[in-house]
Design a protein around this ligand. Structure first.
Ligand SMILES: [Fe+2]
Length: 194
């Protein structure tokens, strides 16, 4: 299945909150760079559509974890939080967070790509990725406290700012955090450019 087919299958599983979710998805797809953005400047999935592929990997992994560890958690909460956890990486409408780097003239001459595929767009006001994700999503969909916690702190204790959530994690956050790290470091290993 292509990434788009996997993404469509995930979207189709959101039924109870379909109206809000559709409004959110329309915004993400049509007004932000969600569908074309890379997932990073030079690490995992630093290529066109990398952010979408990462979001789909995280959602699918999170659903697997949910099935075996916590089937009582709402499946739609998993899909929604996974698909939006890194939405902030798309930047703001019309202002993408990632800008494509041009190869140097010498690289061009020999048919090589730029050494670092993307750079961060410094014209954005600094917000952490999860804060921007929530800022973008909340006008379109109401999220529960647990969903906000999951998106906000999905990097877990890798990030100093997240000290405050240590020992207070909900099961939803734990699933999202593990699905995110598993996707990044296992599924997406060696996806720098391919
Ligand atoms: Fe992520």
């Amino acid at each position: 299945m292509t990434v788009i087919e996997r993404y469509e299958a995930l979207k189709n599983r959101v039924v109870k909150r379909k109206d809000e979710f559709t409004a959110l998805i329309n915004f993400m797809e049509n007004e932000t760079d969600y569908l074309s953005s890379p997932a990073s400047t030079r690490f995992h999935l630093c290529r066109k559509q990398g952010l979408l592929e990462h979001s789909v990997n995280v959602a699918e992994t999170m659903l697997k974890l949910r099935s075996s560890l916590a089937p009582e958690i709402d499946e739609e909460s998993c899909i929604i939080t996974a698909l939006i956890h890194d939405l902030g990486k798309a930047g703001m409408p019309g202002v993408p967070q990632y800008l494509e780097n041009e190869p140097t003239p010498k690289q061009k001459q020999y048919g090589f790509p730029a050494s670092i595929p993307y750079r961060i767009n410094e014209s954005l006001v600094y917000l952490s990725v999860p804060v921007r994700s929530l800022y973008l999503a909340i006008p379109y969909i109401s999220l529960s406290e647990s969903e906000v916690q999951a998106v906000m702190y999905h990097d877990g204790q890798y990030v100093d700012d997240n000290k405050s959530v240590a020992t207070k994690e909900t099961p939803l956050l734990l699933l999202l955090q593990y699905a995110d790290t598993w996707s990044t470091f296992v599924i997406e290993k060696n996806t720098k450019r391919k």
